[in-house]
Design a protein around this ligand. Structure first.
Ligand code: AVI
Length: 322
């Protein structure tokens, strides 16, 4: 693996640590206790997420990768030469390699992620394989504002790449706002290439979000470990069970940590109680139909130009333009 000096730039816009504390205390004070899923992704959580993507039940990653392989020539034609690829929530950047390899002389790639070390290493790896491109990395929470003009981006058609169906982790109103944010990153004619998971059988969905190997459960327990370590918490992970279920009315998989018994704990000096069976909501993963997603995109000011569908409509990748 190459090291960071090969990056054209690294910008650390790390969100203040106080955000985590305030958000956790606020979330645990609600009638339905909840913690925002972005806090899953510390360095260890990002590693566990990579393990989830390799779990046999978690069809999303391999389905999207296969779809990207198949759509390469069409993506190359849609994008044209010299594209500047921006990837919010880049993580380990496996998918973008397929996009970069498909494109016609892409000019630049910028990976952005809330996990700074993770994104820096992943982008440095890409830089060592693509010395002809401008490769940068940014530590950034993409739900917060960013001034793209402050990044040394070369000219060229911008493609914001947002794979993985991460859009599904947002409440619909927030998903719309996020699409509007990405739209603001684009100039007329630029594009958003976004992976969107589709509705399917409940049993497939529930298995994908509660794999037998326990990676998804470990992902949730890591959040507890993170709260205990960083916010001086006393939550006993053994008092909590991980649960995932498909909610057909809201078209989403919902994930929770559920109390196995009455318990109390402290976080950052504040006390909290959990009754037996009470839950902490950790995540939603919304599933769409192609039409419902296109409507959402239009409502955010993006024009659907093309959709690529995996076999059996297991997954979709949408090309949207400003
Ligand atoms: C990142 N995101 C799209 C994942 C998903 O499928 O909703 C997060 C995840 N949570 C548990 N498993 C995967």
């Amino acid at each position: 693996a190459a090291s960071a000096p090969e990056l054209a730039f690294f910008k650390d816009l790390r969100p203040p640590a106080g955000d985590f504390r305030a958000d956790v205390l606020d979330g645990l004070s609600k009638p339905q206790k909840a913690i925002a899923p972005k806090y899953f992704y510390d360095a260890q959580g990002s590693r566990i997420f990579d393990a989830i993507t390799r779990a046999p039940e978690y069809y999303i990653t391999r389905t999207e990768l296969a779809l990207l392989d198949q759509t390469g020539p069409e993506l190359r034609a849609l994008a044209g030469p010299g594209a500047v690829v921006l990837e919010p929530g880049a993580g380990s950047s496996v998918k973008v390699r397929k996009l970069i390899d498909a494109l016609d002389n892409p000019a630049a790639y910028v990976g952005m992620d809330i996990s700074g070390e993770h994104v820096k290493a992943a982008c440095a790896d890409i830089a060592s394989d693509h010395q002809d491109m401008v490769i940068g990395a940014v530590c950034h929470d993409f739900t917060r504002p960013i001034d793209l003009d402050a990044l040394p981006l070369p000219p060229g058609r911008r493609i914001v790449f947002f794979p993985g169906s991460t859009i599904g982790n947002f409440e619909l109103i927030d998903a719309k706002a996020l699409l509007q944010t990405f739209r603001d990153w684009l100039r007329p004619g630029d594009a958003l290439l976004i992976g969107v998971d589709l509705r399917k059988d409940a049993a497939i969905l529930e298995a994908a979000y509660d794999d037998a190997g326990g990676a998804t459960a470990a992902f949730n327990y890591n959040l507890v470990a993170r709260i205990n370590a960083e916010l001086d918490g006393t939550i006993d992970p053994e008092g909590l069970a991980y649960k995932a279920f498909w909610n057909p009315y809201r078209s989403r998989v919902e994930m929770y940590l559920q109390a196995l018994r009455d318990q109390s704990f402290t976080v950052a000096g504040r006390s909290f109680q959990l009754r037996a069976e009470e839950t902490i909501h950790t995540e939603n993963s919304h599933k769409f139909t192609p039409d419902i997603f296109r409507d959402l995109a239009r409502s955010a000011g993006l024009a659907p130009k093309h959709v690529f569908l995996a076999p059996a409509e297991a997954f979709s990748i949408h090309w949207l333009e400003r």
